[in-house]
Design a protein around this ligand. Sequence first.
Ligand code: ZN
Length: 236
Amino acid sequence: MTELLYLDDSYLKEFSANIASVAENKIELDKTAFYPRGGGQLGDIGKIIANGKEYAVKSVEKNSGKVLHELDSFEGLQAGMQISGAIDWERRYAMMRMHSAAHVLAAVIYREIGSLITGNQLGFGESRMDYNVKDFDRNLLQGFEEKANEIVGSAMPITISYIAREEAMKIPEIFRLRDLFPKVISDFRVISIGDYDRQADGGTHVRNTKEIGKIKITRLDNKGAENRRIYFELAD
Ligand SMILES: [Zn+2]
């Protein structure tokens, strides 16, 4: 299992680690600050330095508890070597703002009409979330957007905590993407937005809603009889 440094510090940009294994052009580290693609959030890119040589990290994914970093080359790398890693911070921070924005919007929509998310994909320009709902009309969407920007503007802290499984199961509203969570997990990582919202989540977030900027719902698509897709973007 790779120790996931980003879980408790989303702002960690550089770190040191040891190579656990090298296979093809992918390396496994004993710990990492690189976020592996998942939960609708894109994986990090960046670089690692080993023996004074720089390697580009092209993609990062999780496989059976191991975080695998795909590199442009693995020449000279072997298990046991110490490396230093640096994530592409500009890209990651954009993802963090998007991810926190998605939680704010999802919280507003859940509170207003009780809808659950059936899928989501965060992007750098535009992100999308799917809802199991028959109708979103334009006025409803505008209301969601206004309320979401109220939350953003009120500078609520966004914090990370852990809740034991038995306790977490008593708070159904924190599982808006329930299918995402492995059944064997003993403690759930929970992202809280002030006292407005709590969601079990493995992603990286900003520390305060004011870092999000302004949320703009851009368009709406019908994806089946009871599935609506909302697109949104952020303005600085
Ligand atoms: Zn999330």
